[in-house]
Design a protein around this ligand. Structure first.
Ligand code: MV4
Length: 546
């Protein structure tokens, strides 16, 4: 009825809208002609990843007004990144070789959905130069560095040559593959044993051998070459002086297309097991402002030498004497990027998109210094008391920590199925506080609030880690975690004992719940029930609504 009364008015309005839209297009065309260099943010971006990083990119897109296209395997059809994206396309069965690693398919989907750019996240195709090149050749934008920059630092020996030429300190050693054991012995004797044989195509420690005497070189070289050939299809192995007990410190860089390169300080990443980081922090307790400036300048020089654009990371070894050596450059957004975001106060994933769209970095290097301290714990579905065996199952209950300075970057929710197809990292718990000591206390508090039921997780391990005096004092290096595993992986009780303890604790909490304590000492008497493990958990759980 209303419609018929106002039919004429509605038609009139529609006409005005059309005329307005037409003039808006004319104005936009005119303005792009005048400001041809003015970058335009993408309208739609495809996210070639899963889990927490896919959701992290969806969130960045939403805040920039960019439409997002998620892709997913059949195992991920109910995943949060699929639900939160504007569109989602199933790309294949669960194995990543048949889904998240199908570069051509991802490019097809981007073209079919009208996406203008592809964000690769980390892992999967993020550091494959051929994929960056194929995306560009398809007329799309790769949200990451140019394929040439990935190539420039992809081979360790080539990267070492490039960095030496740029004045970046590298560990003493060769810059070309070894021909034979005799050459390796000659080089090793020039700086002394122990030495480290490394695969040129390597990463993650594959094809690495510590050699302590000339007698051991020949067999170590042969096995390193064999392992390198198997893992990378390239048997090139070179030699470096072995640095004993260093820290792993990495520097975040951001570079735009217009020649601006910034560093955003360092992350301390020494707490790792089998090359899997367990906890990262920013800033590093071992880095002074003066060292930060020197490492930062070195990182920006390395990025310039590689022709780098977008977000990247320079990995360094920092030895006991405060000497630092360039190791390699990671040409992707990293898992641990949030600790840098929190202490530096910027959104790295948003800047990845803005840089890829052609924006200039509007920052001055001297305005950046870390504010407070941030810590990240990688919450994995692994059982620390059982050799970090991956744990699978359905997450039946999930309670997330919150409150001041707490951030949860997760890819799971209650109901999620955790399988064996992908990485066991479920989420990252990140805290920010004014000092390192307060950040540790905040992380301990947040980990205690966290409840994940259904799979074994690293939560308890992280609590024990943060309780250790060496971690609290920052007195750690890349060997520390693996040499303290026994103290950190408390053996778990058998299932029946766990069930009995849970029932006893629940009953006792139930009994306590409605007991009124007479007011003495100003009412503080009832606060004495110490927050000891089971009792505290049972009390909290019995107060929680289903
Ligand atoms: C080293 C080193 C000691 N000396 N190079 C391991 C993987 C690769 N990214 C480089 N790695 C190392 N290179 C020299 N000359 C010790 C390691 C190393 C390591 C480095 C960073 C983080 C964790 C590590 C764990 C074991 C060994």
């Amino acid at each position: 009825m209303i419609l018929s009364i106002h039919a004429i008015r509605v038609r009139d309005l529609l006409m005005r809208c059309k005329r307005f839209a037409a003039s808006a297009i004319v104005i936009r065309r005119a303005s792009t002609a005048i400001f041809r260099s003015e970058p335009r943010m993408f309208r739609k971006v495809l996210i070639a990843n899963r889990g927490e990083i896919a959701l992290r990119v969806v969130r960045a897109c939403q805040e920039l007004g960019v439409r997002s296209v998620a892709v997913y395997s059949e195992a991920d059809s109910r995943a949060p990144h699929v639900r939160e994206a504007d569109e989602a396309v199933c790309i294949g069965p669960p194995p990543s070789t048949q889904s998240y690693l199908l570069g051509d398919k991802l490019i097809d989907v981007a073209q079919q959905t009208g996406a203008e750019a592809i964000h690769p996240g980390y892992g999967f195709l993020s550091e494959r130069a051929w994929f960056a090149r194929a995306v560009r050749d398809a007329g799309l934008v790769f949200v990451g560095p140019p394929a040439e920059a990935i190539d420039a630092v992809g081979s360790k020996t080539a990267a070492r040559q490039l960095m030496i030429a740029a004045g970046v300190p590298v560990v003493p050693g060769t810059t070309e593959a070894l021909r034979d054991a005799d050459e390796a012995i000659a080089v090793a004797e020039s700086f002394g044993f122990p030495v480290l044989l490394k695969a040129s195509a390597g990463g993650g420690g594959k094809g690495m051998r510590v050699v302590r005497s000339a007698a051991d070189i020949a067999s170590a070289l042969a096995s390193a070459q064999r392992e390198a050939l198997n893992a990378f299809g390239d048997d090139a192995v070179y030699v470096e002086k072995y640095i004993d007990g260093p820290r792993h410190v990495e520097v975040q860089v951001l570079a735009d297309m217009h020649g601006n390169v910034l560093h955003l300080g360092e992350r301390e990443c020494s707490l790792q097991r089998r090359h899997q980081k367990m906890l990262e922090e920013a800033p590093s307790p071992a880095v002074s402002p003066e060292l930060r400036a020197r490492m930062g300048d070195t990182a920006t020089a390395a990025a310039r030498a590689a022709g780098y654009v977008n977000a990247g990371t320079c990995e360094f070894l920092l030895d006991r004497d405060g000497q630092f050596y360039f190791l390699e450059m990671n040409t992707r957004i990293q898992v641990e990027h949030p600790v840098t975001e929190l202490v530096m106060g910027l959104d790295l994933v948003q800047w990845q998109l803005r840089i890829a769209a052609g924006e200039r970095l509007p920052f001055e290097q001297q305005n950046f210094s870390p504010s407070g301290a941030a810590i990240e714990c990688r919450i994995t579905s692994e059982d620390p008391s059982n050799g970090f065996l991956p744990s699978t199952g359905r997450i039946t209950h999930l309670h997330l920590p919150s409150g001041p300075g707490v951030r949860w970057d997760g890819g799971i929710e209650a109901g999620s199925e955790v399988g064996l197809h992908y990485d066991p990292m479920l989420a990252k718990l990140i805290v920010h506080a004014p000092t390192r000591a307060l950040a540790i206390a905040r992380m301990q508090r947040a980990l205690r609030e966290l409840v994940i039921v259904g799979v074994e997780t690293s939560r308890g391990f992280h609590l024990r880690l943060l309780d250790h005096p060496d971690v609290q004092s920052g007195n750690i290096n890349i060997q520390w975690l693996e040499s303290h595993l026994d103290e950190l992986t408390g053996r778990s009780a058998d299932e029946q004992t766990v069930q009995l303890a849970a029932i006893a604790a629940a009953l006792s909490a139930q009994q306590d719940r409605d007991v009124r304590v007479p007011v003495v000492n100003g009412g503080a008497a009832h606060e004495t029930s110490a927050p000891n493990g089971w009792r505290a958990v049972a009390r909290r759980e019995s107060l929680r609504r289903e």
